[in-house]
Structures are given as structure tokens and as C-alpha cells.
Design a protein around this ligand. Structure first.
Ligand SMILES: [Zn+2]
Length: 238
């Protein structure tokens, strides 16, 4: 049987239906608008790709794709073909991929984390400048991670971009959830999204703090300490 290709309004041939960002957003938890408002973003500031398929092992269950970055490889495998085509047709916009199976409060926290990366991108005239430094910091920290990756989540989460994104998730969920729920979730696999971080998110200073990590020699010192971590300190990261 021939594939039923559909030509959508954006002139893309899409195999399994036209992509509609508004329809995609409606698949998110009912509090999506509250999450977006908390980040002071509009729907047009970000394209969101919710998927239900279980991602391959080791692939983050939520991810921010900065403008200019193609959605390819393992990250793309969980998306529908229309989502994948749309994500790469809008390569010059901020995009978020999120696995929407599981507990709603965890999905909400992940969404707020990823939206903080959008806020960071939009906080400067050209986000490429900042995210190039961010990528360099991740590569530098990554050079201290061996085959046994335990402890590596600590390194990831001390990078100011990540610490701020986690803090933003915590600040929002603290408003939405009860104290007992926050405490329960803080002890879970996703706990880093539900614990008070070292500071409140501050997009006005995050670039300066990121540059300070590079210039201070902190990468080597923090990495050496984190490699002492036992599995109990392993923190899942996004
Ligand atoms: Zn992140």
C-alpha cells in the first residue's frame, strides 16, 4: 500500500499527519500554561514535542534543543515522523522534547527545567555565544567521567545553567505541590528537580556565573571531588 503523504500548510510532506504545535501543547499536563507563564514565555517562544514512546536507555527524558541544533540520532527516535520533520524544519527556534508518560508533577518539573534553558537562550542578543561556553563546560566536565559514570550527574548539575534550571523547577513545584509531596519527590530518582538549589534562578547573572566556572579552575577541583562520589550521590540529569 502506498504511503499516505499529506502536504501540510507549511508545505512539508508528512507521513502521519500535519504537525500542529497547539495540538501538541494540549497533550501536556493541564497546568502547562501555568508552567509557561512562570517562565514568562509565550507559546510562540518554543516548540514542544511531547512523546509517549519510551526513549532508549541513557537518552534524557526531557531535552532542550537550542536554535541551530538538529534533532538527530538517539534523541530523535522516540518522536513521530511529523514531530521529527517539524523539529528540524524549525531548527532556528528553541525546541523541547519531553517524555509524557508517568507522574504529572515530574513532567511539570521537567518542562519548567527545560523552559529555563529557553529563558537563558533568549536572555542575550545571541544565545549562540552563551551556549558555546556552556557546551565547552560540559565537554570539560565530561573529560573527567570514565566508563563508570557514577557521580557525573553532580558535575552536570553544578553548571550554572543546570543549577538555575533545577532551581526554577523547584520554585514552581513548591508553589503547585504540598510540602509532603515535595519532600517525597525530593527523595526520588528525579529529586534534583524538587530540592532547594544553591541559589535562586537568576537569568541576569547566569552568563557571568557560567564564565566564572570556566575562568576559576573550578572544573578540575569540582570534578576531582565529584569522582569520589558513591552511587548514593548519583543524580539523574537532563
Ligand atoms: Zn538542563
Amino acid at each position: 500500500m502506498a504511503s499516505a503523504y499529506i502536504i501540510c500548510a507549511n508545505h512539508l510532506a508528512i507521513r502521519d499527519g500535519c504537525f500542529d504545535n497547539a495540538m501538541e501543547l494540549s497533550r501536556l499536563p493541564a497546568v502547562w500554561e501555568e508552567v509557561r507563564d512562570d517562565a514568562a514565555l509565550g507559546d510562540s517562544d518554543v516548540r514542544v514535542y511531547p512523546y509517549e514512546a519510551t526513549p532508549p536507555a541513557g537518552v534524557p527524558t526531557a531535552a532542550f534543543f537550542a536554535p541551530g541544533v538538529d534533532v538527530v540520532g538517539e534523541e530523535a527516535r522516540s518522536l513521530s515522523s511529523s514531530q521529527w520533520i517539524d523539529a528540524n524544519a524549525h531548527v532556528n527556534q528553541p525546541r523541547i522534547l519531553v517524555h509524557i508518560a508517568g507522574d504529572e508533577e515530574i513532567i511539570v518539573a521537567k518542562l519548567r527545567h527545560e523552559l529555563e534553558h529557553v529563558v537563558q537562550w533568549l536572555s542575550v542578543p545571541d544565545g549562540h555565544d552563551l551556549f558555546t561556553i556552556y557546551d565547552s563546560v560540559l565537554v570539560a566536565f565530561g573529560s573527567f567521567v570514565g566508563a563508570d559514570a557514577r557521580g557525573s550527574g553532580v558535575l552536570y548539575n553544578v553548571v550554572p545553567f543546570e543549577a538555575d534550571a533545577n532551581a526554577a523547577a523547584y520554585a514552581l513545584t513548591r508553589k503547585l505541590l504540598s510540602v509532603s509531596d515535595i519532600e517525597r519527590l525530593a527523595r526520588s530518582e528525579h529529586g534534583v528537580l524538587f530540592r532547594r538549589g544553591p541559589w535562586d534562578p537568576d537569568v541576569r547573572s547566569v552568563a557571568q556565573r557560567l564564565r566564572r566556572v570556566v575562568g576559576s579552575g573550578a572544573i578540575g577541583r569540582v570534578s576531582a571531588s565529584a569522582r569520589q562520589c558513591e552511587s548514593a550521590l548519583w543524580i539523574r540529569h537532563w
